[in-house]
Design a protein around this ligand. Structure first.
Ligand code: GTP
Ligand code: MG
Length: 467
């Protein structure tokens, strides 16, 4: 592990930058006691808030406030920590930081406090990531799930599966080591059953992690369609803001416009694009090229049509795929185009036809009749987006997973499946043992028990300073 030999004492503002009632400056490391003596002329009693003047090296007052000393190892980082609560002025914070730097501390890198907590085994990697996720959470559900992970729920679920792999590995390794001796061997059927049980556990965990990752990452929904059908009006209506310019001139939108809204607690990144039509206008062509780029990355496409003019296009047609839609619009997707993501068709402007809002479904294809101008039927669209995402209402078994967690779970499942295949084909105990070892290694990447220094560096560098 990357425990440095010469541990610096680090300092950072733990509260957001700017003005406020109170700001917190946090220090962690081996020279905290000498910093306390320089700042206050004494060492503080651990875990006791003391109201004190904070002085610079000339004895001049910088501020007065509360100071709390957490003695190692009973602190967040496992090292001595000093927290200074001063008035929330950027000038005061800066003076305090400068003074602590002159006393031998250095400015912390982003995530360095959490990194030290991890390296000193105060928290595991999923808990460290949960701190960053809790801070970044955009909705109450995401915040609740981050807190659960911080309390160790995700790690507990990983450990439960790990225990099963270890138990099986122990048997298998013993079969290799003592194959000549008279030990009780477990049958192939028993090994198969145990492997299958591990796979089932991994599948359940992956489902919960995938669902939870939606709350963290959100989904990308791209609005596409011909010019003037009301795409930008729909973006404005969904985001309840005047983000896009709306005019009756076809070809108004050229740039890609985005906003993120919460639909059933899921961050939904809505993207409005240029209207798609044959055009000689270079700017419009560039707009369409950008629209196409966004469509390629979409999780869901909302195809808007004008109900007053476009009757046959809105007919529900379950053979309507993204590729067909793009070709109809004169865009010929590259042969590498893979995204055949689901499409919801909108019959917009129903207010002009005095039609009632509706949601119709034919096999997998959904059509919503609404008015982006008056807002009627937009709730139906939100419901359709929500059911497309398919997020469970209950939170049990959901984990606010990251991409790397999903990758590690998938690798683990592959290794266990390989072990099962070995059992059914080569029946080589040595190969099975190796697959189980690799499975355990992949699973341990999640909690950080087996993680390369490079990966750790990249994880913690995404944290904010002071955490
Ligand atoms: N009556 C009515 N008018 C609408 C509705 N939605 C949009 N419009 C009008 O249709 C015209 C075009 O709307 P936009 O939202 O700019 O359409 P767009 O698809 O973004 O158009 P481009 O950016 O040019 O591709 C504007 O005059 C809107 O006021 C609707 O539901 N009902
Ligand atoms: Mg527009």
């Amino acid at each position: 592990m990357l425990r440095p030999n010469n541990i610096d004492t680090i300092v950072a503002q733990a509260t957001p930058f700017g003005r406020g009632g109170v700001a917190v400056v946090r220090l962690s490391g081996p020279i905290i006691r000498s910093i306390m003596r320089a700042l206050f002329g004494c060492e503080l009693t651990p875990r006791q808030a003391t109201y004190l003047p904070f002085k610079n090296s000339n004895g001049c007052l910088i501020d007065q406030g509360l100071a709390i000393f957490f003695e190692a190892p009973h602190s967040f980082t496992g090292e001595d920590i000093l927290e200074l609560q001063c008035h929330g002025s950027p000038v005061v914070v800066d003076l305090l930081l400068q003074h602590t730097l002159s006393l031998g501390a250095r400015i912390a890198r982003p995530g360095e406090f959490s990194e030290r907590a991890f390296l000193n085994s105060k928290i595991d990697l999923t808990q460290a990531e949960a701190i960053a996720d809790l801070i970044a959470a955009t909705g109450t559900r995401a915040a609740r799930l981050a807190l659960q992970s911080l309390q160790g729920e995700f790690s507990k679920a990983i450990h439960a599966i790990n225990k099963k792999i270890i138990a099986l590995r122990t048997y298998i390794e013993a079969m290799i080591d003592f194959s000549e001796e008279d030990i009780e061997l477990i049958s192939d059927t028993a090994i198969t059953e145990q492997l299958q049980r591990i796979i089932t556990g991994l599948m359940q965990l992956t489902t919960g992690a995938k669902q939870g990752s939606l709350l963290r990452e959100g989904i990308t929904v791209v609005i596409m369609g011909e010019p003037n059908v009301g795409k930008s009006s729909l973006l404005n209506c969904l985001s309840e803001k005047e983000i896009a310019i709306v005019t009756e001139t076809p070809g108004t939108t050229r740039d890609v416009l985005r906003d993120t809204i919460l639909i059933a607690g899921i961050p939904t990144h809505i993207i409005d694009t240029a209207g798609i039509r044959e055009s000689d206008d270079l700017v419009e062509q560039e707009g369409m090229r950008r629209a196409y780029q966004e469509i390629e990355k979409a999780d869901l496409v909302i195809r808007v049509t004008d109900a007053t003019t476009d009757i046959q296009n809105t007919t529900i047609n379950n053979t309507c795929t993204l590729t067909i839609l793009l070709e109809k619009a004169g865009i010929h997707p590259a042969p590498t185009h893979q995204n055949n993501c689901p499409i919801i068709t909108i019959r917009n402007k129903i207010d002009l036809l005095s039609e009632l809002p509706s949601l119709t479904q034919h096999e997998n294809h959904i059509c919503v009749a609404l008015s982006a101008k008056t807002g009627v039927g937009v709730d139906l669209l939100k419901n359709a987006i929500q059911s497309h995402v398919g997020l469970h209402a209950q939170e049990e078994g959901l984990f606010l997973a990251r991409r790397r967690h999903l990758d590690a779970l998938s690798k683990t499942t592959t290794h266990i499946t390989d072990a099962l295949n070995q059992l059914q084909t080569t029946r080589s105990i040595v190969f099975i043992a190796e697959d189980l070892r690799l499975a355990q290694q992949s699973l341990n990447e999640i909690t950080g028990e087996f993680t390369s220094d490079d990966l750790l560096g990249s994880i913690f560098s995404t944290f904010c300073i002071g955490k």
